[in-house]
Design a binder for this molecule. Structure first.
Ligand SMILES: [Fe+2]
Length: 504
């Protein structure tokens, strides 16, 4: 094995996270809870950032509007921050809330919903103490407990992965969490092998069509490092590596081709010892540009670098490469990382100004064998891109993402199908009063067509105070959803989900 636990500890990543301490730009003494509650009375869009009244809730046999396709059976899992308020404190960044795992179970013409807050060691310790103990991504909690390791603050709140019979709730600053797929109860941290306890694991792993899992973690410390994982279809760790990276910081996503891993590293740099919250210890340094690291799947020591202009993005769509080695990949990109510092924070006190307009635009990048690189940013607002799982790492014609509608009430209000062969877009605007979330592609069985399948995702109807689960025919999304299963309650807006036709 290329990395032992002592190597990871030597990297000081644990010390690095633990050393983040007491001083923030936003004082926890400010009553964001009252400010948010007041704003919510005026602006129902904020319903998506309200903490649910209970840690577990469910509804059976949801009211279905339209014709639910009988062939679509399975479970749609979703994750996202939900416990924003607890023990008299409202968090001051969207990314801080403890994770709420949801399961929509679909079959025999009905849809059931079940949601449960993940009782991580972090949340259990805080509930036992009856107070928030730990500073989070963007909230500083003064006089908190001593951090011993990153998983002490693991909220398991970003995404969910079903792989080789296991359901994992994903964070990115530490371990993935094992979750019981039936009860949705937190069961323990996932270790990929002896000595890998607590090693950071991304919320955006990539799965080859054959089930091989590729992942990374970012370990920030005295020596910033990227951790690489190669995991077999049966869940066994095949190989790993540590890549030292200077001027490094938060890195949310990556892409793979059939031969390479591709990391676009934005100039968002953690500066150690600043004694502030995690994100406030980062600085935007555009003079560094964006660096792109390409690593061979079959040899993690085979690495090359490219340079692109400064930009910041959360999510990639896909990557693929030509016979001559030219690599194509895409990302939803913004000019800088101000969204993370400002809009995603201010929404927690009910300020939505600038929230939508700060989301990314669709961009395509090209890496040439000669070492040259290019970036082409469109004018199209885009985020939460998805593709068919059969085309991960291969040339895909279709990309699905949330896009901009001609509206003032919400920015990413439409669902877009992008034909990459001719740049044609199919769009469905959800209309006033709706906030759609990520829609994942579910392939129809026994079809060779890339877009033969459904798009499944949630929508918040803030005017009626309820959420729904949509299903679209991916070949005709402009027709609107085939059906929507309406919940009797609203759901907090979350991040990512996955669909499985079997239990896991
Ligand atoms: Fe994400």
């Amino acid at each position: 094995m290329a990395m032992q636990r002592r190597d990871f500890l030597k990297s000081s990543a644990v010390l690095g996270v633990a050393s983040l301490a007491p001083r923030i730009a936003y004082s926890i003494s400010e009553d964001w809870s009252a400010e948010f509650a007041s704003a919510l009375r005026q602006d129902p869009r904020l319903l998506g950032w309200k903490t649910p009244a209970s840690d577990a809730f469910a509804a059976a046999a949801l009211r279905i509007e339209g014709a639910w396709p009988g062939a679509l059976e399975g479970t749609f899992w979703r994750n996202g921050p939900a416990v924003h308020d607890r023990h008299g404190l409202r968090y001051q960044h969207w990314f801080d809330g403890d994770g709420l795992l949801q399961a929509f179970r679909i079959g025999a013409g009905r849809v059931d919903h079940h949601a449960r807050v993940l009782k991580t060691p972090k949340l259990r310790a805080e509930d036992e103490a009856a107070r928030r103990l730990y500073s989070g991504f963007g909230t500083h909690v003064p006089d908190g407990a001593r951090l011993r390791k990153p998983d002490d603050v693991n909220t398991a709140n970003i995404s969910v992965l079903a792989h080789h019979g296991e359901l994992l709730a994903l964070w990115e600053g530490g371990s993935a969490s094992r979750v019981d797929p039936e009860s949705l109860r937190w069961q323990g941290f996932k270790s990929w092998g002896q000595g890998f306890e607590g090693v950071p694991f991304t919320a955006h792993p990539k799965v080859d069509p054959d089930g091989t899992l590729w992942a990374f973690g970012y370990a920030l410390g005295a020596q910033h490092q990227l951790v690489l994982y190669h995991i077999s279809p049966k869940g066994a760790l095949v190989k790993t590596a540590l890549v030292p990276i200077s001027d490094f910081g938060m890195l949310h996503d990556f892409v793979i081709t059939d031969k390479h891993l591709v990391f676009m590293i934005p100039p968002l740099v953690m500066e150690m010892g600043m004694e502030t919250s995690f994100i406030d210890s980062h600085r935007w340094r555009p003079e560094l540009g964006s660096r792109v690291l390409v690593v061979a799947k079959d040899n993690f020591e085979d690495r090359r670098w490219y340079e692109l202009p400064p930009a910041f993005g959360f999510h990639h769509g896909n990557a693929w490469e030509e016979a001559d080695g030219t690599i194509h990949f895409d990302q939803c990109l913004d000019d800088d990382a101000s969204l993370v510092f400002d809009a995603l924070r201010n929404v927690m006190r009910g300020h939505l100004d600038g929230f939508g307009a700060a989301f990314g635009r669709y961009a395509r990048m090209r890496l040439l064998p000669s070492g040259g690189a290019s970036m082409d940013i469109t004018v199209d607002g885009a985020d939460f891109p998805q593709i068919s799982p059969s085309h991960v790492g291969l040339r895909n014609r279709y990309l699905y993402h949330l896009g901009v509608a001609d509206s003032e009430d919400w920015y990413l209000r439409s669902l877009v199908k992008r034909d990459l062969d001719n740049d044609r877009l199919q769009t469905f605007d959800f209309g006033t009063g709706k906030i759609p979330e990520e829609h994942v592609f579910v392939p129809r069985q026994a079809s060779e067509q890339e877009d033969a399948g459904w798009l499944v995702g949630t929508v918040l109807d803030y005017q009626h105070g309820i959420s729904g689960l949509n299903v679209f025919n991916a070949q005709h999304i402009e027709d609107g959803p085939l059906a929507t299963a309406w919940l009797p309650y609203p759901l907090p807006l979350g991040f990512h989900g996955c669909f499985r036709s079997g239990l896991v």
